[in-house]
Design a protein around this ligand. Structure first.
Ligand SMILES: [Zn+2]
Length: 80
């Protein structure tokens, strides 16, 4: 209902989705590297994965804080 009324919610949601998409890409690339026994590539991707995972955790915390404090998404309060 009010899902598009808060620009900050949209921005935070978009940042979280971008990080999750990056993690999916990295996980797929890591799987390929491991399957093909390209260990240097695997370890390099793993380092990137850890950095993006940490950034994703931060983005999620900010997103949940916004949902809790701003209450612009009534349906999301329980999940946050
Ligand atoms: Zn909001």
């Amino acid at each position: 209902m009010q899902s598009s009324s808060c620009p900050e919610y949209k921005l935070l949601q978009s940042e979280l989705m971008t990080k999750l998409e990056t993690l999916m890409w990295l996980a797929t690339a890591e799987l390929d590297a491991l399957r093909n026994e390209h260990y240097e590539t695997f370890m390099s991707l793993e380092s990137q994965f850890e950095l993006v995972f940490s950034a994703k955790q931060n983005a999620l915390a900010v997103f949940r804080k916004h949902l809790t404090e701003h209450r612009c998404q009534p349906g999301a309060i329980a999940a946050a």
